[in-house]
Design a protein around this ligand. Structure first.
Ligand SMILES: Nc1ncnc2c1ncn2[C@@H]1O[C@H](COP(=O)(O)OP(=O)(O)OP(=O)(O)O)[C@@H](O)[C@H]1O
Length: 298
């Protein structure tokens, strides 16, 4: 479990002059469920496609499970990738999808695949084109997991699903993870979903990684500090200011205490929840200042 699931070093992808991912440096430990969050066009799909080996970096490097993505068939078999619209073949039945998966993947786990299809309640004789969005997503999840990969990558797996189907999919995903011991990376716009299932977070905005880490560590190191105006100008070493808001009398900061030390000496200090933390980084990246902290993307 020591080899990082993803290690990126100054990873950059440009389309012509247009940067899709800039200078991303990441070290994601194995065994995590990683949430990749960011607004439209942030570079999430680009990062996931680089990890799956579907596209190549313009510069920098990425290693997945200790090797270059898609280096050979053995490496391909270690990674399951489900693209944005959970693609399935409309004309093939559920059973035909399973047979196809078996033919294409040497490590295919037939009992596992059949058990999951039964558990989800999918009719093996039904054509995939007739399944609901949630059922298609469940089928795609089953196909990717029955490969028995070491890493499962999902690009916005629940974007098209209603709240109930979303919850069912994510519940299913968590059961898979516990059952087959796999690392997972999924992108999502929904911080509440990430909060429910993920234990590691990467925030991407404006083509750059804003912050990354285990969610428990990140939430333990981000604080809202309130003090009289003028008293919060000097901060201890290792403290980054993510957002600043002033009124006539007081200043509110959102800070990242990189060494984890709670900056109580500065002023009235309280933890920042995950959603506020994510929004603060997104606003900073867009240069729109501090978010109103009641703001919600739910
Ligand atoms: N094949 C391509 N050719 C040109 N530009 C591209 C291509 N793919 C992505 N881009 C651009 O790169 C940037 C990052 O796109 P990407 O799809 O990675 O973002 P995203 O975070 O996944 O967005 P969304 O949440 O909308 O899916 C965007 O500005 C996009 O327009």
């Amino acid at each position: 479990m020591d080899t990082p699931v993803i290690r990126a070093d100054a990873l950059t992808k440009r389309y012509g002059p247009h940067p899709a991912l800039t200078d991303a440096t990441l070290d994601i430990p194995a065994g995590r469920i990683v949430g990749l969050v960011g607004p439209n066009g942030a570079g999430k799909s680009t990062l996931l496609a680089l990890a799956a080996g579907l596209i190549r970096p313009t510069s920098g490097t990425i290693d997945v499970l200790g090797r270059r993505p898609a280096a050979d068939t053995a490496q391909l078999a270690r990674v399951g990738f489900v693209a944005q619209d959970t693609p399935v073949y409309a004309q093939l039945t559920v059973a035909e999808h399973l047979r196809l998966g078996e033919r294409l993947n040497p490590a295919w786990d037939r009992p596992f695949a059949h058990a999951r299809i039964k558990q989800i309640g999918l009719d093996p004789a039904k054509k995939a084109g007739r399944l609901s969005g949630g059922q298609k997503a469940q089928l795609a999840l089953t196909l990717a997991a029955a490969k028995r990969p070491e890493l499962l990558i999902f690009d916005e797996p629940v974007a098209a699903l209603d709240p109930l189907a979303r919850r069912a999919f994510l519940q299913n995903l968590m059961e898979f993870v516990a059952e087959i011991d796999v690392s997972v990376i999924l992108s999502s716009h929904l911080i509440s979903d990430v909060e429910r299932v993920c234990d590691h977070l990467v925030i991407l905005a404006e083509s750059r990684v804003q912050v990354a880490g285990d969610i428990d560590d990140l939430t333990a190191a981000h604080f809202r500090v309130v003090g009289p105006r003028g008293t919060l100008d000097t901060l201890p070493a290792g403290t980054d200011v993510i957002a600043t808001e002033h009124t006539d009398r007081q200043t509110t900061l959102i800070v990242h205490a990189r060494n984890g030390t709670r900056p109580d000496t500065l002023g009235q200090t309280e933890p920042v929840g995950l959603e506020d933390m994510v929004l603060t980084y997104l606003h900073r990246a867009q240069g729109t200042g501090a978010p109103t902290l009641q703001e919600s993307t739910r």
